[in-house]
Design a protein around this ligand. Structure first.
Ligand code: M6R
Length: 607
């Protein structure tokens, strides 16, 4: 988390830094700061709160050819001006840091026992350590020596008062890219921050360092050998960061889902069949030999994994486990030979998922790794054997919406390909392809519920708690609905498999407890109806999102919202849409910051 932007130019960099920070705010937004070198001195400006708070204190005539900037998501130390980056040592070295220095207390004890730190951060210690080494070394060597002492993850950009033409950068475990310009070069946590200035990027490898001036970029590996890294052209378009007339990114992204789904299936379904070539040439390594599938992910991506487990087992007869990455990485595994691992991640930089992937690659019983990811240049996409990109386009709202539905679509394409050696017949493949192709239109019709759901939110947003119920492949959708609601409206919401209700949660149902149910017209419909009767009998208020053929009618206790979701495997995707809208409208009524909800960040690149 946290966003870094830096620039060295023949021109003034202040606006480049300020604009870059605005594009990176999704990575953290509790405080922001900027440092530039002017008249051979480091000048730094910091402010608690959003980037706009910082830009409001930057003088109009502030000018410099070199600078670093940061937007923070607090890990060590509360959000405050003192804890905001850049951190400065003796007015000589300024750094911005993304990641966690795990041994910062040991470093402080070893080198700076008697120094009183100005902040509570791990990053400040690193600034002092670099300054310590810079007393006898050039700045590149100083950064290299300092980083040898460090345990943890980092992406850093360093300014040295005595070297006003170069920025030193380094990364290990946290993303950092270099943007290549004409008479300027740039550094950022991701390409969106720089796309107005360049579409040429160098993706640093883990352990790389670089010195970047307005005219030169020199890259070194972890042993300080000079190395070349390819310059890649990015396809991100200039308009992709805008709200396109919508009030919030989240709403825009909800409404983009028909197009995003279309883009994700485009060229991947040919004559109602999905060619194995969608997985690239490395698929040969695992396609014929895998026996079981294990999916690793966090948050919303984990909910996609839970639904995929149902699909893998029901449609293809392939045994499948879904694992939360942060749990997976710290437990011993009994891995079956021939296990194919799938990592799902919108950002492709989630630290827990990335770390789990790296463990998997060390273990001999895994036959291959596949990424389902929205960012082609991300670490997870690059480190897996095969990558199936979800063509959702940039997702800026912290609450994942179109990333989720396109992950599900990509997973279905994957299941079709992988399942051909198992139980997916030509007939099943054809039917699944047809369902996927009608999905964009069906999502469009489901979005028509928007106004009805906005009305419902007027009642719902007064509640402090909510229960979400679903069964089978719709239980992950109920979980995702509950996550969306708590994430942006701060209403406490929990999801249960409806059959579990009587095993405990029913105790909290009374007239103040809204219960949201996801009700497809499937084999467990009658069971679900009985579960909902249990709620009614306790006076609970029901809000039922039901397939129009499921036979629910609104009455004084239940309000029914009809969805045209024919009984087929992709139906759960459609039930996602109204739950996203419910969360959005509740958040609007509650006046929360929808796109940047409190305490969260879009890309979780720390543990
Ligand atoms: O980028 P990833 O998909 O790996 O992110 C995983 C979670 O952090 C993410 O899905 C998070 O739960 C979302 N904010 C949920 O809306």
């Amino acid at each position: 988390m946290c966003g870094i932007v830096a620039a060295a130019s023949q021109n003034n960099v202040v606006n480049i830094l300020a604009d870059g920070l605005k594009h990176l705010e999704y990575r953290g937004y509790d405080s922001a700061g900027i440092a530039v070198i002017e008249n051979e001195n480091i000048h730094s400006y910091k402010k608690e709160g959003h980037v706009s708070e910082l830009t409001s204190i930057l003088g109009k005539d502030l000018a410099s050819n070199i600078g670093i900037a940061h937007t923070r998501w607090a890990t060590h130390g509360k959000p405050s001006e003192a804890n905001a980056h850049p951190h400065i040592s003796e007015n000589s070295i300024a750094i911005v840091h993304n990641g966690i220095i795990e041994n910062y207390i040991e470093i402080k004890e070893k080198f700076f026992k008697n120094i009183k730190l100005e902040s509570e951060t791990d990053s400040e210690v690193l600034a002092h350590l670099i300054n310590f080494y810079a007393k006898d070394n050039n700045i590149l060597d100083a950064v290299h020596s300092a980083l040898k002492e460090v345990k943890g993850s980092y992406a850093i950009a360093v300014l040295d008062k005595n070297n006003s033409s170069e920025i030193i950068v380094a990364r290990h475990g946290s993303p950092l890219i270099i943007g290549v310009g004409e008479d300027s070069n740039f550094i950022a946590s991701d390409a969106h921050a720089l796309i107005e200035h360049t579409n040429q990027f160098i993706y640093l490898d883990d352990g790389d360092m670089a010195s970047v001036s307005s005219s030169e970029i020199n890259i070194f590996d972890k042993d300080k050998n000079s190395v070349n890294r390819e310059i890649k052209k990015s396809n991100i378009s200039l308009g992709s960061n805008s709200k396109n007339g919508f009030e919030h990114f989240m709403l825009k992204e909800i409404f983009e889902q028909p197009e995003a789904v279309k883009a994700t299936i485009q060229d991947r379904i040919i004559n109602n069949s999905v060619p194995k070539e969608i997985l690239g040439p490395s698929a040969e390594k695992y396609l014929d030999g895998f026996k079981v599938v294990q999916i690793i992910a966090c948050g919303t991506s984990y909910h996609a994994a839970l639904l995929a487990k149902h699909w893998f087992e029901k449609l293809a007869g392939i045994p499948c486990q879904a694992e939360i990455a942060s749990e997976f990485r710290y437990r011993k595994h009994a891995v079956q030979p021939g296990t194919l691992s799938i990592c799902i991640s919108q950002s492709g930089e989630t630290a827990d998922t990335l770390s789990a992937l790296r463990q998997i690659k060390e273990e001999k019983n895994y036959i291959g790794t596949i990424a389902i990811c929205n960012v082609p240049e991300s670490s997870i996409a690059r480190e897996c054997d095969s990558t199936l990109i979800t063509h959702a386009g940039p997702e800026i709202g912290v609450a994942s919406t179109k990333a989720f539905t396109t992950q599900l679509v990509a997973l279905m394409l994957l299941i079709i390909v992988l399942g051909k050696n198992f139980e997916i017949s030509e007939e099943i493949e054809k039917s699944l392809c047809e369902q996927l192709q009608t999905l964009p239109e069906k999502i469009k019709s489901t979005l028509d519920l928007d106004q009805e759901i906005a009305e419902l939110s007027k009642i719902f947003s007064n509640k402090e708690h909510a229960l979400f119920l679903g069964r089978g492949s719709h239980f992950p959708i109920a979980r995702e609905g509950a996550l969306k609601l708590k994430e942006i409206s701060y209403i406490h919401a929990e999801a249960y498999a409806a059959g579990e209700l009587k095993h405990g949660p029913l105790a909290i149902v009374d007239e103040n407890m809204p219960v949201v149910a996801v009700a497809p017209n499937n084999v467990v419909l009658e069971k679900l109806k009985s579960n909902l009767e249990e709620v009614k009998a306790r006076g609970g208020k029901l809000y039922i999102f039901a397939d129009k053929k499921a036979g629910f009618k609104s009455d004084e206790i239940s309000q029914v919202f009809e969805i045209d979701a024919p009984l087929n495997p992709v139906a759960p995707i459609l039930f996602t849409i109204p739950l996203q809208l419910l969360a959005y409208h509740c958040a609007i009524i509650k006046g929360t910051n929808v796109d940047m909800p409190r305490n969260l960040a879009k890309s979780v690149t720390v543990e």
